[in-house]
Design a binder for this molecule. Structure first.
Ligand code: G3P
Ligand code: CA
Length: 283
């Protein structure tokens, strides 16, 4: 009788402790949540696309060589199920090829030139594998904001997850997605890796949305914050972070800091980093 009571108590203790063991809070990944005017962290959008073609290894190397805290990228699966980095659904804008990423094999995508459209000196640059990005991440100190583009199945999530754990960088990765089903699959399949929801327009109850999906933060737009200026305070009171995208001017940066956002995603990461160092104390 006593033995079964002990077993039951032990089971209850395990059930109570396990969720906490995998719980990651916004502050773990972003530092203390910001008060209005405090410096936000900088995330290089698609690497440092002011310096090199977006979502290519030169853009990531530029970002990793800088003082940035986060490097953002977009992941999609090729027809044969290999994670590669590209923002658009098709390869048309950023390579010399045509067609949807999901309808091209890895071999076809790797044959494309992803640099000439940007500048002649990047001719021959390839569409990177997610593995290459992770190798570079492993050799640097930054954190990665990894956006899974579109809808992802649990099996797809497991592919990127295995690559992350293989390199031991799981404590420096935050997943992001616009797609709420993908966010749910991330929560189920990769509970120990924090996730953020991207919402161009904030819902009426962003805290409820983030908590429902067990997300640590929401990424939104300045326009959305203009419509609901108290949203940042409500998120922070709930222990949740707020990031804004994609802000590229001093005017926008200073408006964002005034709201007390925790992170700014920008196409001009070095400029923003320098601007924050010069204008906002504490960096
Ligand atoms: O992380 C936010 C931002 O990257 C989402 O917009 O279209 O540039 O992927 P997009
Ligand atoms: Ca993105």
């Amino acid at each position: 009788m006593l033995a079964s009571a002990v077993v039951i108590l032990a089971l209850v203790a395990v059930l109570l402790l396990v969720p906490d063991a995998v719980r990651v809070y916004a502050t773990n990944m972003m530092g203390a949540l910001r008060a209005p005017g405090e410096p936000a962290f900088v995330a290089g959008h698609r690497g440092d696309r002011a310096d090199a073609p977006e979502n290519t290894m030169p853009a990531f190397q530029a970002a990793f060589a800088s003082r940035l805290e986060f490097v953002e990228t977009d992941v999609q699966l090729t027809l044969d199920g290999v994670p590669v980095l590209m923002h658009d659904e098709t390869v048309d804008r950023t390579t010399d090829g045509t067609g949807a990423v999901a309808e091209l094999t890895l071999e076809q995508i790797r044959a494309l030139d992803a640099g000439s459209w940007y500048a002649p000196e990047f001719a021959g640059t390839r569409v990177p594998l997610f593995d290459e990005f992770l190798d570079a991440l492993a050799g640097n100190r930054q954190k990665a904001l990894v956006e899974l583009k579109g809808f992802w199945t649990p099996a797809g999530v497991r592919t990127v997850l295995d690559a992350i754990y293989l390199r031991g960088v799981q404590n420096r990765v935050v997943f992001a997605s616009f797609n709420l089903t993908t966010v749910a699959h991330l929560a189920d399949t990769a509970p120990a890796i924090p996730r953020v929801i991207i919402k161009r327009d904030l819902p009426r109850d962003p805290v409820g949305l983030a908590n429902y999906y067990d997300a640590i933060a929401i990424i939104t737009t300045p326009t959305s914050l203009e419509h609901d200026p108290e949203a940042v305070t409500r998120m922070h009171e709930a222990g949740l972070g707020v990031l804004v995208y994609t802000l590229n001017s001093e005017k926008r940066w200073s408006e964002a800091l005034a709201y007390g956002v925790d992170g700014i995603i920008t196409d001009k990461p070095s400029k923003l980093d320098g601007w924050i160092a010069a204008t906002a104390p504490g960096t």
